[in-house]
Design a protein around this ligand. Sequence first.
Ligand SMILES: [Zn+2]
Length: 214
Amino acid sequence: MQAIRCELCGSQDIVKEDGLFVCRNCKTKYSPDEARKLVGTVKIDNSETVENLFTLARRAFQTRNYADAERYYTMILPEAPDNVEACFFREISKAMAIGPADRRGEFPAAYINGIRMVFALYKKNGYDTKEKEKIEALTDFILGHAREVEKEVKGIQYSKVDEISAMNNLTRIYMDLEKELRTNLPDRPGTIEKVKKECANLLRRKNNKIPEDL
Ligand SMILES: [Zn+2]
C-alpha cells in the first residue's frame, strides 16, 4: 500500500479516525476522497513543505502551543540547518514548553543559546544590510517577549528569592544580547542603546524603584 502524505506538513503519519484520515503531526483532517488524492501524489516539493512547516510553527508559537512549535521547528532543521528563525525559535519554544513555574532555569539558558546561535550563523555568512535588519527585528522580538515573560513572573506566586532569581535571569538575557550586539553589530548603536535602556528599566523594576511600569 502506498503511503499517504499530508499535503500541509509532509508527514506520512496519517491514521484513520471516525471515517476520516487525520495527520497525527499537524492534526489536519482529510475526507476519504481527499485522502485518495494524496496517495502517491507525485513527488513532494520540498521547499513547499518547509514553507508549510514554517506556517505551522509560527502559528503554534503565536498561539502559545510551544510544544508543537518546537516540533515543527525541529522538523525544519534537517532541511534548513542554517535557518536562523528555526534555530532560534526551536530553542525558545523548547524552554517555553516547560510550564512557567518550572522554566526559570531553562529559559535564560535557552535564550542565551538562541541568541549566540543566531550571531554565529550570521557571522558564518557575513552580515549584509538585510541580515542586520533581521537581527534588529529579532532584538525587538526578544525585548517584547522578555517583557511578556516578566509579566508572567509577576503573576506567579513565587517566593521573594525565586522572583529575584527569575528577574536576574531575565537581566542576563538583556546583558548577553547587548554584548553580542556590541561585538557583532557595532555600527547599529541605536539597537544597542535600546537594549541597554530596557535592561536598565528592568533593573529598576526589579528593585521596585518603579512600582509597575508594565
Ligand atoms: Zn500534516
